[in-house]
Design a protein around this ligand. Structure first.
Ligand SMILES: [Zn+2]
Ligand SMILES: [Zn+2]
Length: 142
């Protein structure tokens, strides 16, 4: 995708300001984290990943910043497992596949899908569950 040529810090600052927030180092760090960790982290995982580098960062700042991002469509909230909200820096339409064996979450491309033109779609949440190729293979080998 285009995006590799972007400077991650510039992208992160733009994301914070476009969501109407003051670009504090902590908020920029949260933005940078979600843009560079497309593995659908939870707010707690993002907080744990940043707290050593930003000792003044509070859990509340992480939660509030993520919710502002989500409200402005800068990140997607992913609810594949009941009661767990994950955050996705990839905002193009895609489905999520959760492997019931290893628990990993995969992005499934949906660009080839045909949506009816008469519906103006603002959010897409498609959650699939099953076995990922790796877990399915290991079953066949044994
Ligand atoms: Zn798996
Ligand atoms: Zn995703």
């Amino acid at each position: 995708m285009a995006g590799n040529i972007h400077n991650p810090t510039t992208d992160a600052i733009r994301m914070v300001t476009e969501c109407g927030l003051r670009p504090s180092p902590q908020r920029i760090a949260v933005a940078e984290y979600v843009l560079s960790h497309l593995c659908h982290p939870t707010a707690d995982e993002i907080y744990s990943g940043l707290k050593n580098r930003y000792p003044s960062l509070s859990r509340t700042t992480v939660y509030n910043t993520l919710h502002s991002f989500a409200a402005h469509g800068a990140v997607l909230e992913v609810n594949v497992e009941p009661g767990i909200t994950r955050f996705d820096g990839c905002t193009k339409p895609h489905a999520h596949f959760r492997c019931s064996k290893c628990g990993r979450i995969f992005d499934i491309d949906m660009t080839d899908m045909n949506f009816p033109d008469e519906f103006k779609i603002s959010t897409i949440q498609v959650n699939l569950t099953g076995e990922c190729p790796e877990c399915d293979n290991s079953k066949r080998l044994h």
